[in-house]
Design a protein around this ligand. Structure first.
Ligand code: PEP
Length: 253
């Protein structure tokens, strides 16, 4: 199955709107020159309108880093799916930092995932084990649980729109990326079979599974040469224009 690779930059809590303008100015020409790779930038909420405006017509998508599942109401500090949809085509759901620091659970991931699909927003759903879980050999159990609960009650017809990001927590922001072989094994032996159980073979084959965790220009092509690694979710390196452009270029077929 030929899957178009997708490279997304998660800026996390970095860049004011003025700084975001500079960063997009520094990387948009380079990113535009990349062919046959889906490219997405996920800035903080305050820069979503700016990026939506700057990237119109460039083929580079905009994503939010989170959203609430309810359409409106008394949820101070939150953004609804239609607020996100005004500016974004994508949304990151269940990032490990949201799970670790902000009480995100498989149940809230599931609500957000269903809300994203209902609102025509492409969800990038993060799964992955902690260092403890990795060292005690529980990777399969953890990602299977995150998928079984987080992806419950999704119509199979919608499943191919979902992007999964496998992000081992021990590799995020640590400079210690997983080996490409280990990540590919997790994608191929654990994640895609779990998706197949839920959505059937054909739909599961169409779902892109990104790797995330200390991806750089130096290691990107090793990841992208693997059979079941369909792109990357990039944190730190997405704030460095040359680095992020090089990662996107490495994903070209
Ligand atoms: C991330 O935040 O999703 C991530 C993978 O970060 P980094 O690339 O910095 O490890």
């Amino acid at each position: 199955m030929n899957r178009t690779l997708v490279v997304a930059g998660n800026w996390k809590m970095n860049k004011t709107a003025a700084e975001a303008r500079e960063l997009v100015d520094a990387m948009s020409a380079g990113l535009r020159s990349v062919e046959n790779v889906e490219r997405v930038l996920c800035p903080p909420y305050t820069s979503l309108p700016l990026l939506a405006e700057m990237l119109t017509g460039t083929g580079i998508g905009v994503g939010a880093q989170d959203m609430h599942w309810e359409e409106k109401g008394a949820f101070t500090g939150e953004l609804s799916p239609s607020m996100v949809r005004e500016f974004c085509e994508y949304v990151i759901i269940g990032h490990s930092e949201r799970r670790a620091y902000f009480g995100e659970t498989d149940e809230t991931v599931n609500k957000k995932l269903r809300a994203a699909l209902n609102n025509d927003i492409i969800p990038i759903v993060c799964v992955g084990e902690t260092l403890d879980e990795y060292e005690s050999g529980r990777t399969e159990e953890v990602v299977r649980r995150q998928i079984a609960s987080g992806f419950a009650d999704i119509d199979s017809a919608n499943a191919s729109r979902i992007i999964v990001a496998y992000e081992p927590v021990w590799a995020i922001g640590t400079g210690k990326a997983s080996s490409a072989e280990n990540a590919n094994n997790v994608h191929k032996q654990f994640i895609r079979p779990a998706l197949t159980e839920l959505f059937g073979e054909e739909n599961a084959q169409a779902i892109r599974i990104q790797y995330g965790g200390s991806v750089t220009a130096a290691n990107a092509s090793e990841f992208f040469s693997q059979s079941d690694i369909d792109g990357a979710l990039v944190g730190g390196a997405s704030l460095k224009p040359d680095e992020f452009i090089a990662i996107a270029k490495a994903a070209q077929p």
